[in-house]
Write a protein that binds this ligand. Structure first.
Ligand code: GLY
Ligand code: MN
Ligand code: MN
Length: 445
C-alpha cells in the first residue's frame, strides 16, 4: 500500500500578495520607489545548475517563481504601481528549459499591474524611475546596487532634458523583513503543513533507525518523506549525527555508521511552498535510553518544555533563553557535570562548555528567518503571528573529566512554535519527544 498523502493547504491568494505590496508602499516616504530583483540560477558545474530557489523577499511580494525577474513598486503611478520584468518567451529555449510564464500571463496569474519582458528592461527602467527621490533596493545585493547606479548615471546625463535621478538609495530589506516577521493565517497554514511533513519524516526515521545503518540512510528516509508530501526538499542541510557527531552543531557529512548504545541527533525540516520546518529530535539508536542518557535527556526535555510553555505575547526571546540557561545549569549541577551553586555557574558562564548556542530564532520563508530581534536596543516582545523555534541542547565533550557514560553525547530538542493571542501553538507536536513515547514508537514494528 502507498503511504498516506497529507491534504495540501491552499496557496497564498493574489489579494494577499497585493496587500503585501500595498503595505510596503505605504511604509515608504513619499516620492520613493522599490526595485527588487529575483534570484538567478547558479551554475553547479559544466551545464548543470543548482536547484533554483526564489529569493525569499521577492517570493513574499510576488509569488513569481522564475529566475532573473525584477519587481518595481512605484506608489501613485497611474499606469500601474507594481511592475514586473520577467524572462522573455522564447519557444526554442523553452523546449530545453521548460515553459516560461511571460509578461502577458504574469499580469493575470500574479496580479501585478503591468509586466514586461526582460528584453525591454534597460529601455524602460530609467524612464520608470525618473523623478523618484529615493530608490529602495537590497543594499547587500551588489548587482542590484550596480544596476541602480547605472540608472542614476543615465538619468543624470539627461538632467538638462529634465530627467531627475534618484537622490538617495536606501535599504528595502528591513521594511520587508518587518512584514515577514508577522505571519498571516494563510502563511500559518503553510507553516503548519511544513511542520507536519517534517514531523512525519522524523517519526519515519525513528521507526527505521537501528544499529548498523548509516547516518545517510536516515537522511534518505527523512528527505523521501519531504518530497513524497509535495515539499521541495529539505529547508536546510539535513543533520544526522550519531554518537559524538551530535556535538558538531552543523554536522552535515552524515556518513558514519550508527552504533548501538549511542544516541542519534536529527535536525531536519521540509520546505513547503517556500516555508521551512525545523525540528530536532535525539533518540537511542537501539530504541532504549541508558540510565545516564535518559537523565541527561530529561534535563534538556524539561528545559525545552518549560521554554515552550513560556511562549506568549509580551515575553522576549531573551527571557526564554535565560529560563533555559537556568534549567540546563540546574540539571548540569544535579548530574555532577558542573560543581557548586547554579547561580555561580550561570554568572561565570561555565554552562557554556555544554550549551553554546541560543534557544530560539525566527522561522518562516528562511529557516533562520528575518526580522529584528531587538527594538530600540532592547529585546522585542513577542506578538501574535510570530513563529520561532525552541531548541535547547546539551553537548558533552569527549574529555577525560567527564563520566565515561556521557562522553561525546549531544542532545537537542527543537520544536516550531507560533505565538497566538492566547499564548502559543506548537506546530511540530506530532513527533514524540518524551523518552517513554520515543521508546514506545521505536519498539513498534
Ligand atoms: N537547523 C538549523 C537550526 O536549528 O537553527
Ligand atoms: Mn532551528
Ligand atoms: Mn534545526
Amino acid at each position: 500500500m502507498l503511504p498516506e498523502t497529507l491534504p495540501r493547504p491552499p496557496a497564498i491568494a493574489l489579494d494577499e500578495y497585493r496587500a503585501r505590496r500595498r503595505a510596503l508602499m505605504d511604509a515608504l516616504p513619499v516620492g520613493s520607489a522599490v526595485m527588487l530583483p529575483a534570484a538567478s540560477l547558479v551554475t553547479r558545474s559544466n551545464d548543470s545548475d543548482y536547484p533554483f530557489r526564489q529569493n525569499s523577499d521577492f517570493h513574499y511580494l510576488t509569488g513569481f517563481p522564475e529566475p532573473d525577474a525584477l519587481l518595481l513598486l512605484l506608489p501613485g503611478r497611474e499606469a500601474g504601481e507594481s511592475v514586473l520584468f520577467c524572462p522573455d518567451k522564447d519557444p526554442q529555449l523553452e523546449a530545453w528549459t521548460g515553459i516560461r510564464i511571460g509578461a502577458e500571463a504574469a499580469v493575470a496569474r500574479y496580479g501585478v499591474d503591468q509586466a514586461f519582458a526582460n528584453a525591454e528592461r534597460d529601455g524602460r527602467l530609467s524612464e520608470l524611475l525618473d523623478g523618484r527621490q529615493a530608490l529602495y533596493l537590497p543594499l547587500d545585493d551588489a548587482a542590484a546596487v550596480a544596476s541602480a547606479e547605472g540608472i542614476r548615471l543615465m538619468l543624470k546625463a539627461r538632467a538638462r532634458q529634465g530627467a531627475r535621478p534618484p537622490e538617495a538609495f536606501a535599504d528595502v530589506a528591513p521594511l520587508i523583513h518587518e512584514q515577514r516577521l508577522i505571519k498571516s493565517e494563510a502563511e500559518l497554514a503553510l507553516m503548519r503543513h511544513a511542520a507536519r511533513i517534517s514531523a512525519q519524516a522524523h517519526v519515519r526515521a525513528m521507526r527505521v533507525a537501528r544499529p548498523g545503518l548509516h547516518e545517510y540512510q536516515l537522511q534518505a528516509e527523512l528527505e523521501h518523506e519531504f518530497r513524497w508530501q509535495g515539499g521541495s526538499g529539505p529547508a536546510y542541510g539535513t543533520i544526522v549525527g550519531g554518537g559524538a557527531n551530535a556535538c558538531v552543531l552543523h554536522y552535515v557529512e552524515n556518513a558514519a555508521r550508527l552504533e548501538a548504545d549511542t544516541l542519534v541527533l536529527i535536525d531536519a525540516g521540509a520546505e513547503f511552498e517556500g516555508y521551512a520546518g525545523d525540528i530536532t529530535r535525539t533518540f537511542p539508536v537501539s530504541g532504549r535510553f541508558s540510565e545516564a542518557q535518559r537523565a541527561l535527556y530529561d534535563v534538556v526535555l524539561t528545559a525545552q518544555e518549560r521554554a515552550v510553555a513560556a511562549v506568549s505575547p509580551g515575553v522576549t526571546l531573551s527571557e526564554i533563553h535565560q529560563g533555559v540557561v537556568r534549567d540546563l545549569t540546574h540539571g548540569l549541577v544535579e548530574l555532577g557535570l558542573l560543581a557548586g551553586e547554579v547561580e555561580a555557574r550561570i554568572d561565570d558562564a561555565s554552562y557554556k562548555r555544554f550549551y553554546l548556542h541560543s534557544t530560539s530564532h525566527w522561522l518562516g520563508l528562511d529557516v533562520h528567518d528575518v526580522g529584528g530581534y531587538r527594538r530600540d536596543g532592547t529585546p522585542r516582545q513577542l506578538v501574535p503571528g510570530m513563529v520561532l523555534t525552541v531548541e535547547p541542547g546539551l553537548y558533552i565533550p569527549d574529555d577525560d573529566d567527564i563520566p565515561a557514560d556521557l562522553r561525546g553525547t549531544g542532545i537537542r530538542i527543537e520544536d516550531d512554535v507560533a505565538v497566538t493571542v492566547e499564548g502559543h501553538e506548537v506546530l511540530t507536536a506530532t513527533v514524540p519527544k518524551r523518552a517513554d513515547e520515543i521508546e514506545a514508537l521505536m519498539a513498534k514494528e
